[in-house]
Write a protein that binds this ligand. Structure first.
Ligand SMILES: Cc1cc2nc3c(=O)[nH]c(=O)nc-3n(C[C@H](O)[C@H](O)[C@H](O)COP(=O)(O)O)c2cc1C
Length: 208
């Protein structure tokens, strides 16, 4: 095997059996996004082009690759909720990604219960131990280096309310591994669940 790194330019194709992009930028947290349309019809879908982008105010965002129901709903109402996907909820999360008509309620499809939010009209997933209520701050259509717009939208929202199941707070400290979060890997079906054994600590270099 050659010591040279495998090299490709995405615009020309990766030349591999599977595009490695998602497997390299992974495992990724999942934005399990609940939203509703102007008539109050509920929607729930997972998005792994998802992350946190700011502390104060807390801002999270996800990318809709193509114009999907969540994007349409959030444009219409300006609100969404984020729900943590845990190992016991993994199959329900997977169910909720089914490409169904906008009027189909993925809460029902996935046997999940909507729980009332406090600062937004969109409900949370009752079974999820952590949820954020969010109000949209920006919706950006992405573009390539050629400045040509692509049919992908980055939806950013400020977290205006947070719900955390009490058992995940150990002496007030949020216990990430205890929540059994599910992360997305590459390929069509790979997921990860980080456990306590994968934790290590490293402090930043001191500035003095
Ligand atoms: C784990 C997982 C991650 C996903 N991530 C994304 C994503 O980041 N962006 C996207 O557009 N679709 C993503 N999808 C596909 C959407 O969930 C799917 O298209 C869904 O039907 C969209 O629902 P909606 O039309 O109700 O918004 C993902 C699916 C799964 C199972």
């Amino acid at each position: 095997m050659s010591d040279d790194p495998y090299y490709y330019e995405p615009a020309l194709g990766h030349g591999l059996p599977h595009d490695p992009f998602n497997a390299i930028i992974g495992p990724r947290p999942i934005g399990w996004i609940s939203s509703q349309d102007a008539q109050g019809r509920l929607n729930l879908a997972p998005y792994s082009f998802f992350n946190a982008f700011n502390y104060t105010p807390p801002i999270i965002g996800f990318a809709s690759v193509g114009r999907k129901d969540s994007l349409n709903n959030i444009e219409a109402t300006g609100e969404f909720a984020w729900n943590l996907v845990t190992r016991p909820l993994a199959e329900a999360m997977n169910q909720s990604c089914a490409a169904v008509a906008p009027e189909v309620d993925e809460f029902e499809l996935s046997s999940l219960t909507p729980a009332a939010s406090r600062r937004i009209a969109v409900p949370r997933v009752a079974q999820s131990p952590v949820s954020f209520e969010c109000k949209v701050t920006q919706i950006l259509q992405l573009q390539g280096v050629d400045q040509v717009k692509v049919p992908t939208w980055l939806i950013l929202g400020e977290v205006v309310a947070v719900h955390i199941a009490r058992h995940l707070l150990k002496e007030g400290i949020y216990d990430t591994a205890a929540a059994e979060p599910v992360l997305r890997g590459g390929g069509p079906a790979d997921y990860f669940q980080p456990g306590p054994e994968s934790l290590f600590r490293m402090w930043r270099p001191s500035m003095n």
